[in-house]
Design a protein around this ligand. Structure first.
Ligand code: ACM
Length: 544
């Protein structure tokens, strides 16, 4: 029995995640099997392509051909019309027994209308196998929908562990079902550099490979197995195109000036080790390396500008993430170049902010200025707030919500991704039977992972505007879930940690608070969303 068959028999409201802003049920239904589809000439070509893909899929699985034609007929079949009065990324669907009319003002709106329609059809629409016996009727209804937040992100650390192009595409596919529109791609780390750049080939020749990896949580161990990988420019372009067709903008992260040990293994001249360096190595253990870039040297800053310049040329989005988190400044305290730079810039220990922290500030501002010449804006982790942050930077609040509250109150744009609600590397419960992999976390020094599981209901309960002053709320661009992968090496486990918590975040990102209802959400998961994940071959944690 298909889920829809159950719905249509009683004409129940379809179960859609994230829940639409408004859905009013009418009487009767329209049959999508063999439905004629028409796109108004005003519909842009990328949206039309998405409609054609939907039509191809519907034809294949329903067993009856659906054609897409160009025209203005809105009284019969499934029609797509451009309507500039619809909110960005929003859509309206009006279904009567004769027609289903979709209106949107941009590509994401049309794309999300298709995602909503898919969720109203038998789950076989997510596959390629014919299912002609399924009930392809869709109940009459009026849907008006638009997102609460413009930034709806997910993040993936591809450095601690590397994930293939295919796995990334699979994630983009699944995330687009739930209307995520940003992929924050963490591409550089102490443990591996993953983006191929023309100007600095050793970043991937050397920096993408480590000689081994610590085992579990034992910092003294090493499995001795060479590990690594990187994405070529062509692979990145392919992934960018794939994301674009799903309404997802990719935000690359080049984490600086800390978390740079892999780059230093490739180019030790940008480090602080002085004239008799021990060779740097791509790090084989987890944690925060104290070996950071020597930002007192002009040539290091030029290296960063070269790197960011190439990255800005590859990625078309408006933002580049420049990291800025967890940069130990121990080396800078004694490094002659850094101390000279501090004197030159007249930086002082002041107001509880050290001269070295102000030096990091200088680097952030310089990269921000450089990227502005390329038409890009920066995002940084909330550490970039320390000292003086230049106007126009966007702050990603991860160490709880305080950084986000402060930044928004100061007039900076903010993306909320606090560990307390958005860190999906945290286990989902304490029950070892349900957390088959949590044994790895038990080796971790970070007891928070064990003592503070991040359960589905906790994620769902997150209210991103809590404690944000009313006048600063406009600065909260949105919400992002983060996936750090020290203890996540396999795609299956990665999916287990993302799902279904990513679906909970999708409602935090999309729905207004009054639309949220954990009971409705979990019943939709069980009845409808889990079968979708099954069909897409995605691993997920079952409900408690
Ligand atoms: C972070 O989790 N270090 C941003």
């Amino acid at each position: 029995m298909t889920v829809f068959a159950a719905c249509s028999a009683k004409l129940e409201a379809p179960q859609i995640v994230p829940a639409p802003r408004s859905l009013e049920m009418g009487k009767g239904a329209i049959d999508f099997k063999g439905i004629a589809i028409c796109c108004d000439p005003s519909v842009d070509s990328l949206s039309r392509f998405a409609v054609e893909q939907f039509s191809g899929c519907l034809t294949k699985v329903s067993g009856k051909k659906s054609y897409v034609t160009t025209g203005a007929g809105a009284d019969k079949g499934l029609c797509f019309l451009k309507d500039d009065s619809v909110a960005p990324e929003g859509y309206r669907i009006s279904i009567t027994p004769k027609s289903a009319v979709v209106r949107a003002s941009d590509f994401n709106g049309f794309f999300y209308s298709l995602q909503t329609l898919r969720q109203m059809l038998p789950v076989s629409i997510y596959g390629t196998e014919p299912d002609s016996r399924a009930d392809w009727r869709v109940p009459c209804c009026e849907i008006e929908d638009a997102p609460r937040f413009a930034y709806r992100g997910f993040h993936l650390d591809c450095c601690r562990h590397f994930f293939s192009r295919e796995e990334i595409k699979k994630l983009l596919d699944v995330m687009s079902v739930f209307k995520f529109n940003r992929f924050h791609w963490h591409l550089t780390e102490d443990q591996g550099w993953r983006i191929e750049l023309d100007g600095y080939p050793r970043l991937t020749e050397v920096g993408a490979w480590r000689t081994g990896t610590m085992i579990g949580g034992d910092w003294e161990s090493n499995d001795g197995i060479e590990y690594g990988g990187f994405y070529t420019r062509d692979e990145i372009r392919d992934i960018l195109e794939y994301a674009d067709a799903r309404g997802i903008t990719i935000i690359p992260e080049i984490d600086l000036p800390g978390h740079m040990q892999a780059a230093l293994a490739a180019y030790p001249e940008f480090g602080c080790k002085g004239s008799q360096p021990q060779p740097y190595e791509v790090w084989t253990i987890w944690g925060v390396s104290k070996q950071v870039l020597n930002v007192g040297k002009e040539k290091t800053l030029c290296f960063l500008e070269d790197v960011l310049g190439e990255v800005a040329d590859i990625f078309p989005g408006e933002y580049i993430h420049i990291g800025g988190d967890e940069c130990p400044r121990d080396e800078w305290k004694t490094d002659p170049d850094c101390q000279r730079k501090i004197r030159e810039l007249g930086l002082k220990d002041k107001d509880g902010v050290s001269a070295e922290a102000r030096l990091q500030n200088y680097v952030t501002a310089r990269m921000q200025k450089f990227l502005a010449t390329k038409g890009k804006k920066i995002i940084g982790w909330d550490e970039i707030l320390e000292g003086d942050l230049a106007e126009g930077a966007t702050v990603m609040s991860w160490r709880g919500t305080a950084g986000g509250i402060k930044a928004a109150s100061m007039g900076y744009d903010v993306i909320m991704s606090p560990t307390t609600y958005c860190y999906f590397d945290y286990v989902q419960g304490n029950d070892l039977v349900k957390e088959p992999f949590s044994i790895t976390h038990q080796w971790s020094e970070n007891k928070e992972w064990i003592d503070n599981p991040l359960s589905l209901d906790k994620v769902y309960g997150y209210e991103p505007l809590a404690e944000i002053p009313a006048e600063a709320q406009k600065h909260i661009l949105g919400v992002q879930c983060n996936m750090w992968t020290e203890y996540i090496a396999e795609p299956d486990y990665l999916e287990y940690m993302f799902f279904p918590r990513a679906l909970a975040i999708s409602e935090v990102q999309w729905c207004t608070p009054e639309k949220k209802d954990f009971e409705r959400f979990t019943s939709a998961l069980a009845a409808h969303e889990f079968p979708i994940l099954d069909k897409l071959g995605v691993n997920y944690r079952k409900l408690d």
